[in-house]
Structure formats: C-alpha cells, structure tokens
Write a protein that binds this ligand. Structure first.
Ligand code: NDP
Length: 254
C-alpha cells in the first residue's frame, strides 16, 4: 500500500542509490505522486538509468532526471548538481539513501573496506547535503531524509564500520536539523531493521535466521514500508518534525 501526499506533486526530489533496493521503491512511490525525480547512477550504468527514467515517467513522475555521479566523488557531484540547478531550479527534497555494507569482525577489518563504508555512508551523505544546502536556502518546504540503520543505534557483531557510519549519520541528522531549522529546512533519519533487498540477500542463512527470531513482528520488512515513511517525512504532513530518528524494524530494537 503506497500512501499518497498531494504536496509532493511537482516537488523536485533527489534520491541517491535509487537503482536498486529501498531507494528504487522510494523513487517509484514518489513517481506515483507526481514528483520530479532526480536520481544518480554510476558510470557504466547508463542503460539502467535510462530504463529507470522511462519507468518513473510511466508511473506518473512529473519529470525524471538521471545524474551521473558517485557519492564518493565530490567533483562529479558538484558538476552534476550545478548543471541540474541551472536547468531546473532548486531541489527541495533529498533522500540520502545510497549505502554499502561489508560485514567482518573487527579483528579482520580491512582499511580499504573501512574507507569505502565511511566514504559512502557518512562522508558521501554529509558532502552531498552540504553541496545542496545553498539551493535549499532558496527553496520552500525543504526536507532531508537520511537512511541510517538500527545497527547505528544498537550495534551489531561484524558491523563495526557500518554501524559507526550509520551512528555518524544520526549525529549529522540532529546537527543539520539544528543548524538549518531557522531557514525552514527539516532533516530526519530513518533506521530500517532487516528489509528485503540485495544488501540483506548477501547475509548467510544463519544470520537471517538469527534476525528473524529476534524480530517481534516475526518477518522481514518490505521496501514499501520504508518508502511510506520517506514520503511522509518529505511532505508537509510532517511539517513540525525535525531532528527525529524513526525506526522501521518490526520491533527488532525495542
Ligand atoms: P542496496 O545494496 O540494495 O542498494 C544500494 C544503492 O546504493 C544502489 O543503488 C547503489 O548503486 C547505491 N550506491 C552504493 N554506493 C554508491 C556510491 N558510492 N555512489 C552512488 N551510489 C551508490 O541497498 P538497500 O536498498 O538495502 O539500502 C539502502 C539504504 O538503507 C542504505 O543506506 C542502507 O545502509 C540502509 N539500510 C538498509 C537495510 C536493509 O535491510 N536493506 C537496513 C538498514 C539500513 P549501484 O547500483 O551503482 O551499486
């Protein structure tokens, strides 16, 4: 069930990591609400981006604009976003969704994996939001939604780098909310639990079983269940909510 918010129609919303998983469902649900979807894709994925653009338009997006950038590449991000704003105006919704995870015990932590996780999940989120902040000052009803994780709140064996990156996103969310509230910019974070996507498909059966037995609602989450909250936080239905952290985890971390 996709909940619709009429004020999202024509709103210019950037969703990172929309080519798969949670980000894809978020972008699709925003398309059905008539938003102008902006999404990034990485070099070599032009075909995927082109097909996805067509799909979003068929679903009802006012416009769909793919931008070529990797969120670990600052120059690429700046170029793409400057050209975009010159042509289309200010982005007023941002969903910082792109992320990576690589599970390993702290004793086996590889520096290159730590760099990739922090650069993508934490530094990428901060830099992209910072680059867009000047545009936000010119836009109305700006809302930033950051995808963190329950493991950023509760920690998890084998996820020291990932949980640190996601806890960092929570600190950033609260700081950004405080800094920009007076300019009418809101910022909130979502902490999903175990949602069925490529990221969680990579876990072995033992880990999946262990999660399932500790989820009070006794099932994994669906991407739509995160997307509905993203829409709510982007819309003016949540106009008095900022700096908040909301779990979508079936009770995993109560
Ligand atoms: P997926 O692995 O299914 O998709 C990740 C997306 O991020 C892909 O579109 C990928 O692009 C993109 N991406 C990764 N690195 C970069 C980069 N450097 N630059 C640009 N894009 C990049 O992830 P999920 O949908 O499962 O997760 C989405 C978010 O939710 C993540 O932040 C994740 O940490 C968080 N989350 C997910 C949970 C879950 O259970 N699934 C639980 C808790 C949090 P490409 O296709 O090019 O690789």
């Amino acid at each position: 069930m996709i909940i619709q918010y009429p004020d999202l129609k024509n709103k210019i919303i950037l969703v990172t990591g929309a080519t798969r998983g949670i980000g894809k469902t978020v972008a699709e649900s925003l398309a059905t609400q008539g938003a102008h979807l902006v999404f990034n894709y990485r070099a070599g994925k032009e075909d995927v981006a082109d097909k996805f653009k067509k799909k979003l338009m068929e679903m009802g997006a006012e416009k769909a604009t793919p931008l070529l950038f990797d969120i670990t590449n600052t120059a690429e991000m700046k170029d793409a976003l400057t050209s975009f704003s010159k042509e289309f105006g200010s982005i007023s919704g941002l969903v910082n969704n792109a992320g990576v995870s690589k599970d390993q015990l702290i004793l086996r932590l590889k520096e290159e994996d730590l760099d990739q996780i922090i650069d993508t999940n934490l530094k990428g989120t901060l830099l992209l939001t910072s680059i867009l902040s000047r545009q936000f000052l010119k836009a109305e009803n700006v809302s930033v939604v950051n995808l963190s994780s329950v493991v950023g709140l509760m920690g998890n064996t084998s996820q020291s780098a990932y949980s640190a990156s996601k806890a960092g996103v929570l600190g950033f969310t609260k700081t950004y909310a405080k800094e920009l509230a007076s300019k009418g910019v809101r910022c909130n974070a979502i902490c999903p639990g175990f949602i069925q996507t490529d990221m969680t498909e990579g876990l072995d059966d033992k880990a999946k079983e262990a999660y399932l037995s500790s989820i009070p609602l006794s099932r994994f989450g669906k991407t739509e269940e995160v997307a509905n909250l993203v829409s709510f936080l982007l819309s003016q239905a949540s106009s008095y909510i900022t700096g908040e952290i909301i779990k979508v985890d079936g009770g995993l971390y109560i």
